[in-house]
Design a protein around this ligand. Structure first.
Ligand SMILES: [Mn+2]
Length: 260
């Protein structure tokens, strides 16, 4: 009997959220349909959970590009921030960085459209130049885009956070640089890092919750990281992780049509 007791692994206490209920949503990339489906699932879960404090809705970045409804996704996020149901916190992804770069720098347009920026321009009613090597045409598109951005969207893109911490968790878009303390991480790594973070075996200060690198299944590496980018722009499947002091649970929303 004792050997059975002692032989048993002591279950480790899950990482703490300091009493909060939090949902972290992966890369939306203009898929308002998948976002709305997931929001419905999250709202039902939050209602059933009856948290003592307002639940957090943490958005992990890459709201724009590739999918058809970038501007509309941002509009939905802004509406959520005005409603009392969630404390909404939004991180910056590398695609929001690209959007801001093009707003200020027409020469960046060609690179941006190669990474899905044309869909974002179209969602704001701006057509990218027909001749993509013409600098004047890019300047025209840049000015049209700048003027098409509602002030609320401009403030949203400019006010995005780069890291959010809740208890034992740190939320970032892409990941963190191994071996560098969280308070000394640089924005470039937090928005862009891939292999060096994903393949690292170094100890992180907190459990890192991130998106950025699409995977077929959410990636839960116990005590280290939780990756929730399931490539919604192509799959129509958007993933979130629900966190509280009892642990984590994966929630998903699927668009009715899965074609990008
Ligand atoms: Mn990304």
């Amino acid at each position: 009997m004792f050997s059975r007791l002692f032989g048993r692994k002591t279950p480790q206490a899950p990482p703490s959220t300091e009493g909060r209920l939090a949902y972290a949503v992966g890369d939306i990339h203009g898929r308002l349909d998948a976002f709305d489906a997931l929001l419905h699932v999250i709202a039902e879960d939050a209602l059933a959970s009856q948290p003592t404090q307002r639940p957090m809705l943490i958005l992990l970045g890459d709201y724009v590009d590739r999918g058809p409804a970038s501007a509309q996704v941002v509009e939905r996020i802004l509406k959520l921030t005005e409603e009392p149901a969630f404390e909404v916190r939004a991180l910056k992804g590398n695609h929001e960085e690209a959007l801001l770069q093009f707003r200020d720098e027409p020469g960046f347009g060609q690179t941006w459209v190669e990474h899905g920026g044309a869909a974002t321009l179209a969602s704001y009613g701006v057509q990218p130049p027909v001749t993509r090597t013409d600098p004047d045409a890019w300047e025209t598109a840049r000015v049209a885009f700048r003027d098409a951005l509602p002030p609320s969207h401009k403030a949203f893109y400019e006010g995005l956070e780069i890291m959010i911490t809740v208890g034992d968790y740190a939320f970032v878009h892409a990941g963190v640089r191994p071996g560098v303390p969280l308070d000394r991480q640089v924005e470039r790594d937090l928005l862009w890092i891939r292999a060096e973070f994903l393949q690292s075996t170094a100890k992180f200060e907190k459990v890192i919750v991130h998106g950025h690198t699409p995977m077929e299944e959410p990636q839960v590496v116990a005590g280290r990281r939780i990756g929730v980018d399931t490539g919604a722009y192509a799959t129509g499947l958007l993933t979130a992780v629900r966190l509280d002091d009892s642990g984590h649970r994966i929630l998903q929303g699927r668009a009715v049509r899965s074609a990008a």
